[in-house]
Design a binder for this molecule. Sequence first.
Ligand code: AMP
Ligand code: MG
Length: 413
Amino acid sequence: MDCCSTFSSLLTLNQALEKLLSQAVTVCQTEQIALTQAARRITAQAITSPINVPPFANSAMDGYAVRLSDVTASAILPIAGKAFAGQPFHGEWPVGTCLRIMTGAPVPSGAEAVIMQEQAEVLENGIRFSTMPKAGQNIRLAGEDIRQGAEVLPAGAKLGVAELPLLASLGVAEVNVYRRLKVALFSTGDELQTIGQPLQDGQIYDTNRFAVRLMLEQMDCEVIDLGIIRDDESAIRDAFARADSLADVVISSGGVSVGEADYTKQILDELGQISFWKLAIKPGKPFAFGKLSHSLFCGLPGNPVSAALTFYQLVQPLLMKLNGYSQWQKPRQIKVKTTTSLKKTPGRMDFQRGILSSNAQGELEVQTTGHQGSHVFSSFSQANCFIVLEQERGSVAAGEWVTVEPFNGLLES
Ligand code: AMP
Ligand code: MG
């Protein structure tokens, strides 16, 4: 246990993140997979282009390919042949003639410029040009877009709709990616009921496991769902041991609050080195983090809003480091005016749920979703951003500037 196992010490979000990330080492196993199976995977090495793009010099215009020395103000050049996209010209090209050429057609060898058809007069015996062409005019050179051997994507990039078609256009059929992270997940609590089952007296639905599972799936993790674990010492011990043997990361929800279910702490002490943190954020109850024998462990608070928030702010960056997604960027923050007042007591950093929209003048502004209790999960469905209020700030009046963090893909609908 380090100094931060003292429950009274409050960690700022950045301090917690620093500690968490310093323990995270990217999984080193990689695999070679087909491009068609690679959506959402992370590149394990830089990808270079096996070809030039465009692969050959081609015409940027519909017009005529010429040799510069043949074009004079009075010259009439007969058409010696045609080059269309997909149908190159390979015939003989006599001096003093031109070639009809269409956009995308390979530029025939010897051609020094393409003159657009709007600058050409079609006469009975050939073409007369109204301008003198410059060398290379209207010719797209081979490799002008991407040179053969040039880096197209760095290591640590996520393969999505922008990246995969690009690789396909280069003829790349397989990619080397990091293996998917295995994440074991369970929730603890005698009061929890599985979704779809009738609620018994005193029960509530297990929303945390569902919310976390959805976010893990968004991050393309392999989820090992161990279900609901009762508040029972041996059941919890078994769950931790099983999860540790199966996964890279173990995530639990509930049972890490101070004083409550002391055996959770005792079991975690037995099985690994876990620190119980109290974070200077709201919502955000105690959060546990550390190492089990084989895996890293994150213990989320039981309150659904706190669980989702700590997952988003802490576990998300952790998983992004572990799975090799080095190009991942923290959610961006912007400054806007709030149109509603916001209740806040100084001491912790608030992540209130807000609705960001543009007003009639096209300026961004934010309003609260209302009740900010850590059990009000509906605040997430109305919201599209966090309103991030600084630790020492008190209540905010309508019209004041606030920092807003738009949700990224994990929380977006
Ligand atoms: P705990 O951290 O276990 O003390 O739980 C704190 C609060 O969150 C209690 O009101 C629990 O009933 C609630 N809670 C715990 N786990 C879950 C869960 N998986 N889904 C929804 N609420 C939960
Ligand atoms: Mg509990």
